[in-house]
Design a protein around this ligand. Sequence first.
Ligand code: HEC
Ligand code: HEC
Ligand code: HEC
Ligand code: HEC
Ligand code: HEC
Ligand code: HEC
Ligand code: HEC
Length: 316
Amino acid sequence: MKIARMGTVFAVLACLGLAGAAAAAPAASADDEDATKANAECLGCHSEQGLQNPPRADMNLRGLANLLVSGERFSKSVHGEEACKDCHGASYSKYPHEGNSRFQIKMCPECHKTAGREKQAQFQTTLHFKNHPYNFTCTSCHDPHTLQKPKQLGSAKRVAAQDNGMCRDCHDSDYRWGKFTTKERPNLLEIHKWQPNPELHWQSVRCVDCHTPPQENGTNHALVGKDKAERDCVTCHSSSSSLRTRLYRFFAEQQQVANKGFLNGAVLTQAYVVGATRNEWVDWGTWAITAFLLFGLAVHGGLRILFHQLRQRRDR
Ligand code: HEC
Ligand code: HEC
Ligand code: HEC
Ligand code: HEC
Ligand code: HEC
Ligand code: HEC
Ligand code: HEC
């Protein structure tokens, strides 16, 4: 039975893999002409070409080398249609930039009014903020020049890579970690030994899927530590898997398999999660066969008892 079930799952997976590859062509963002032109001015210096052929002789090239922005990645990012100057104030238009230019960079909540305020309040409940209120900010995790939308990334694995990258960039780096604290940096693999193969899990599930309370819309930013983090396997490995409302919600329209009897269709199209990806019909079939078997056994047993008694009565 198990083998038949796995067979069905793999056949469907193969078909969906093909369909998914065809559907997942990334949407090209329509470039805003004005923004592109204005950005070319900044990118004239803040790019590989700018560094190779400096437009001015008096530039601090050593400083510039650490301040390059990829125009290509920026144009694909969530802010790809913004101008650099929408976030970087007027003093960046002159070079050399003024000393206090940093204070002219717009912060996220200035544009993201509702979401920004909500995230800010949640973020302020975390140890990240409480222990490091001045140097831990939204941009410690989010790079506004490269951040991409989950839908645009197209697959659960790529979303997991982007989102886990934000955390691991720092939690796996003595250099970045050391900028915040002298406490020893815990080794992620050691901490997560309670779970089989954490590295494999992190390809298909995000840190925030376990370290944040569930929230209907978007990602709750009130990160929790070891006391409250998710450690129950059944939360994900079950027919009512929490993954449906977490990472895999971005692919909810891929539920096309749902009407063929599959539960958690969106999860199934992205990964095979033991216990979560299952077919209702196969489940029912298994129950039916089990019931039939029990019924058969009962009839068989009943008849044996009956014939045994008949034989005893005849022998007497
Ligand atoms: C003529 C070359 C040039 C142009 C044009 C230029 N920059 Fe710069 N920028 C630099 C160099 C060189 C540095 C390195 C540090 C320094 O010398 O101030 C720098 C530093 C920076 C910094 C980091 C330092 C700080 O104060 O935060 C930011 C941010 C920045 N530039 C943004 C921009 C933006 C946005 C634009 C377009 C509006 C722009 N730059 C246009 C050359 C340029
Ligand atoms: C959505 C807002 C936003 C847009 C649009 C934006 N930036 Fe930034 N940029 C920021 C923020 C916020 C920071 C500060 C990051 C930090 O504190 O580490 C920053 C930092 C920088 C830095 C310094 C990087 C560093 O490591 O300190 C450079 C250089 C820069 N931006 C250039 C650009 C250029 C060039 C463009 C246009 C192609 C651009 N930015 C567009 C928000 C933006
Ligand atoms: C100058 C205004 C401005 C600033 C400042 C700004 N953004 Fe945005 N952001 C936008 C616009 C415009 C969009 C595109 C609208 C959309 O797609 O929803 C966007 C889209 C996004 C998205 C994708 C939409 C979503 O809700 O999933 C994220 C995530 C995001 N921004 C994060 C940030 C972060 C983090 C910062 C601070 C580092 C920031 N933004 C600063 C204007 C801004
Ligand atoms: C499957 C759920 C799950 C995932 C995914 C997960 N964690 Fe955890 N994490 C936990 C649990 C449960 C603990 C507590 C372990 C213990 O009791 O020591 C923990 C512990 C931690 C701790 C120590 C917390 C403390 O309070 O000392 C850190 C730091 C951490 N995780 C970071 C991460 C990062 C970064 C990622 C992504 C690469 C991640 N976790 C992915 C469940 C998870
Ligand atoms: C500890 C890392 C971290 C910090 C700090 C952080 N974020 Fe996020 N943020 C994430 C992750 C991970 C996601 C999930 C990625 C996604 O959904 O695109 C996310 C998603 C978002 C989104 C997309 C919409 C959503 O709800 O999923 C917005 C907007 C956002 N963050 C804004 C902010 C703002 C504003 C701040 C500062 C107050 C901030 N973030 C601080 C890690 C962080
Ligand atoms: C810029 C560096 C940096 C980034 C990015 C970062 N962290 Fe941390 N994190 C830290 C530091 C430093 C501490 C230790 C804080 C302290 O105790 O002072 C910490 C502590 C933690 C803890 C234990 C504290 C607690 O609340 O109990 C957890 C869990 C955690 N981080 C998870 C994450 C997750 C999940 C992400 C990504 C969404 C992330 N971190 C992104 C630097 C970072
Ligand atoms: C936050 C959700 C989540 C939690 C909690 C979780 N898992 Fe998983 N698990 C997954 C996902 C998603 C996959 C699919 C990984 C893949 O194949 O890409 C997976 C895969 C697995 C696999 C298959 C690995 C392989 O080698 O193919 C095993 C075994 C497993 N999990 C066991 C566990 C156990 C035991 C626990 C509890 C201690 C647990 N998981 C907790 C989400 C979770």
